[in-house]
Design a protein around this ligand. Structure first.
Ligand SMILES: Cc1cc2nc3c(=O)[nH]c(=O)nc-3n(C[C@H](O)[C@H](O)[C@H](O)COP(=O)(O)O)c2cc1C
Ligand SMILES: O=C(O)C(=O)c1ccccc1
Length: 381
């Protein structure tokens, strides 16, 4: 029975070749940061308020003038086409059915225009990696034309984190097929067969989110996470010139960086340690959140991701001041288990858990959740 996201994780593990599952699970170094994301969420206490009318619980929020049915979205993840062919459009479809936003990674296996076409009416954001500024400029221009509504610049990958499982599996650049990889693929025939009609070529065509602009060099740079390391705060003016919509920074953990972001005209922040995949000594996202919320003091919306596995975790993020949370791996578990339907099932599961949590807490709207946080919350001391 698939009762929770952990059940989906177990099923995904069986369905996927080992190198794909390990890539999804991938954490930096010893996985301390990855585990911290979840253990610090587990330690947060919310104190119920009782005898409040909870006949109706409203989970919706408004972000940049758009309504979200639920206070969470799907985080940008690269190489979704490895999980399922056309994985990006399947996730976009699932998000659209759930009334939540989908963020497309620069490292998508599909053209950004095609992903937008899968869910033209729903909220879709574009995540940006800058390997080369010309290339980034082209992606931004295309994203604007395809009506992506916000641009998310990820700032915590100046270089790839050290993912030793990927190295051991031979899943790296330069890519060399090995007997071990071949065995991995052969022993997962359902996955392999799905890849045959086009998925494999999708993957071979990883084109920096869409074809035209992506030279072979750029693709290799993206896969190796070889980013332009000369990006600095002043560079944001260049992006602001290219992109007129909301601009967010993803991967902020230090309150001083949060203040700098506001000073440089950024419209939103995603507090994140990249799901524990980058710097292993980083604080958990949930523990970094309150200090950043305090530094921002309501000037721009603050989002978070990292370790969300239950609807109750979303309630905790909102209680600590996040406007909404994002989920990375759980959406991929759903995708691996059942395509768009599987991802939608994960969204519905998290939604049902969230509504139950809010009802138990006596919070009938997202904005009521901070009130369930007691001053003397032991877990936040
Ligand atoms: C397989 C995988 C690929 C990812 N690729 C990207 C990416 O291309 N761009 C990005 O900004 N973040 C990427 N992330 C980070 C996610 O956006 C998000 O920060 C993280 O997954 C949240 O943690 P969670 O998986 O515990 O929910 C990736 C994460 C995973 C698991
Ligand atoms: O693995 C990741 O976390 C990630 O951000 C990424 C970057 C480039 C290509 C694929 C994934």
């Amino acid at each position: 029975m698939l009762l929770n996201t952990e059940d989906f994780r177990g099923r995904a593990r069986r369905n996927l070749p080992r190198f794909v599952f390990d890539y999804i699970e991938g954490a930096a170094d010893d996985g301390h940061c990855l585990r911290r994301n979840q253990s610090d969420l587990a330690a947060v206490e919310l104190t119920p308020r009782v005898l409040r009318d909870t006949t109706t619980v409203d989970t919706s929020i408004e972000v940049f003038g758009r309504k979200w049915a639920l206070p969470f979205g799907i985080a940008p993840t690269g190489l979704n086409g490895l999980v399922r062919p056309r994985g990006d459009s399947l996730l976009a479809t699932a998000a659209s059915r759930g009334g939540i936003p989908f963020a497309l990674s620069t490292a998508s296996n599909m053209r950004l225009e095609d992903v937008r076409a899968a869910a033209p009416e729903s909220v879709q954001w574009m995540q940006l990696y800058v390997m080369h500024r010309d290339m980034a400029g082209q992606i931004v221009e295309r994203a604007a034309r395809a009506k992506y509504e916000a641009l998310v610049l990820t700032v915590d990958v100046p270089v790839s984190g050290n993912r030793e499982a990927d190295l051991r599996n031979g899943f790296r650049i330069p890519f060399k097929p090995t007997a071990k990889l071949a065995w991995d693929v052969i022993t997962h025939p359902r996955w392999s067969m799905r890849m045959v009609p086009g998925g494999a070529t999708d993957f071979a065509n990883l084109t920096a989110t869409g074809g035209s602009g992506g030279s072979a060099n750029m693709q290799a740079a993206l896969l190796a996470r070889a980013m332009d390391r000369s990006l600095v705060w002043e560079t944001l003016a260049w992006l602001r010139g290219l992109w007129k919509g909301p601009l967010l920074l993803k991967g902020i953990l230090h309150p001083d960086d949060a203040r700098l972001a506001v000073d440089h005209g950024v419209d939103g922040l995603i507090v994140s340690n990249h799901g524990g995949r980058q710097n292993d000594s980083s604080p958990s996202a949930i523990s970094a959140l309150p200090r950043i919320v305090a530094a921002i003091n309501g000037r721009i919306p603050v989002f978070m991701d990292g370790g969300i596995r239950r609807g109750g975790d979303i309630a905790k993020a909102l209680a600590l001041g996040a406007k909404a949370a994002f989920v990375g791996r759980p959406a991929l578990y759903g995708l691996a288990v059942g395509g768009a339907e599987g991802a939608e099932a994960v969204i519905r599961l998290l939604a049902a858990e969230l509504v139950r949590s809010m009802t138990l807490l006596g919070a009938t709207s997202a904005s009521a959740l901070p009130g369930t946080l007691e001053r003397a919350n032991r877990s936040l001391a």
